[in-house]
Design a protein around this ligand. Structure first.
Ligand code: HEC
Length: 216
C-alpha cells in the first residue's frame, strides 16, 4: 500500500521533470464528431505541414472514408505525394537535408497527439511569437528554441487571433483523429459492452445463487 502511494505521488513529479508541464499549455477545444472541423484540419495539414511532416501510419483512403471525403476529391485536392489512394501519407523530404536546414528533422506527426497530448499540440500551434534572435525570426512559448519556422505566420496575420485559434483547433482535431482513428468507434462500442455486462450480471448472479443454495 505504501509503495503504491509512493508511485502515485512520483508520477506527476516525473511528468513534470520530463518537461510535460508548461504554463502556456491550455485545453484544446476539439470534437472528433465534428466532420467539418476534421475535414478543414486535413486541408490545413496538407497545405501547411505536409511539405515537411508525414503521417506515415495513416493512409489517404482510410482518412477519406473516416472523414466522409469522396476518393476522387481526395486524389485531386489532398493527395499530392502519391498516385494511389491506398498509400500512406508520406512526403519527399530528405531527413538529412532537413536537419541541415532546421537543425532538427521534422518528425512524423501521426502519433504526436498521443505522445504530447492534444492540449500541448494546440498550444504549440498558437504560441509562436516574433523573436529576431532566431534564424527564422520566430520562437515558441511551448517549445522554446524550436527548429520549425512559423509556417502559418501569414495565415495568423491575415485571420487575426480568434479565427486563427479556430483554424488551429481544427488542425489539432484532425491530428488527434490521426493518432487514433478507432477512437470514436471504440467509445461507441464501449457503451454497448457496459450495457451488455450490466444485463448479463443479473442472470449470472441468480444462477449462482440457485447452484450454491444447497451447499451453504
Ligand atoms: C518548413 C518545414 C516545416 C513545416 C512546413 C512544418 N514543420 Fe513542424 N517541424 C519542423 C521541424 C524542423 C521540426 C523539429 C523542430 C525541433 O525539434 O526543433 C518540427 C516540429 C514540429 C512539432 C513538434 C514535434 C515534436 O513532438 O517534437 C510539431 C507538433 C509540428 N512540427 C507540427 C507542425 C504542423 C501542425 C505544421 C503545419 C501547420 C508544421 N509542423 C509545419 C518543420 C516544419
Amino acid at each position: 500500500m505504501k509503495r503504491l502511494a509512493v508511485i502515485l505521488f512520483c508520477l506527476p513529479a516525473l511528468a513534470f521533470a520530463a518537461g510535460g508541464y508548461n504554463e502556456h499549455v491550455e485545453s484544446a477545444p476539439i470534437n472528433l464528431k465534428d466532420r467539418v472541423s476534421l475535414q478543414n484540419g486535413a486541408k490545413l495539414f496538407v497545405n501547411y505541414c505536409m511539405g515537411c511532416h508525414s503521417l506515415k501510419y495513416l493512409r489517404y483512403e482510410r482518412m477519406a472514408d473516416d472523414l466522409g471525403i469522396p476518393h476522387d476529391m481526395t486524389m485531386e485536392n489532398l493527395n499530392f505525394t502519391s498516385e494511389r489512394i491506398g498509400d500512406p501519407m508520406l512526403n519527399a523530404m530528405d531527413p538529412k537535408l532537413a536537419e541541415q536546414w532546421f537543425g532538427a528533422a521534422p518528425p512524423d506527426l501521426t502519433l504526436t497527439a498521443r505522445l504530447r497530448t492534444s492540449d500541448w499540440l494546440y498550444s504549440y500551434l498558437i504560441n509562436f511569437y516574433e523573436d529576431e534572435s532566431r534564424p527564422y525570426g520566430y520562437n515558441n512559448r511551448v517549445f522554446p528554441l524550436v527548429g520549425m519556422p512559423h509556417v502559418m505566420a501569414s495565415l495568423e496575420k491575415e485571420l487575426g487571433e480568434e479565427a486563427f485559434r479556430e483554424e488551429m483547433a481544427d488542425l489539432t482535431n484532425f491530428l488527434t483523429y490521426a493518432a487514433e482513428p478507432m477512437r470514436l468507434e471504440r467509445e461507441r462500442l464501449g457503451v454497448y459492452v457496459l450495457i451488455f455486462l450490466f444485463i448479463m450480471f443479473w442472470p449470472a448472479y441468480f444462477l449462482k445463487k440457485e447452484y450454491w443454495k444447497d451447499v451453504h
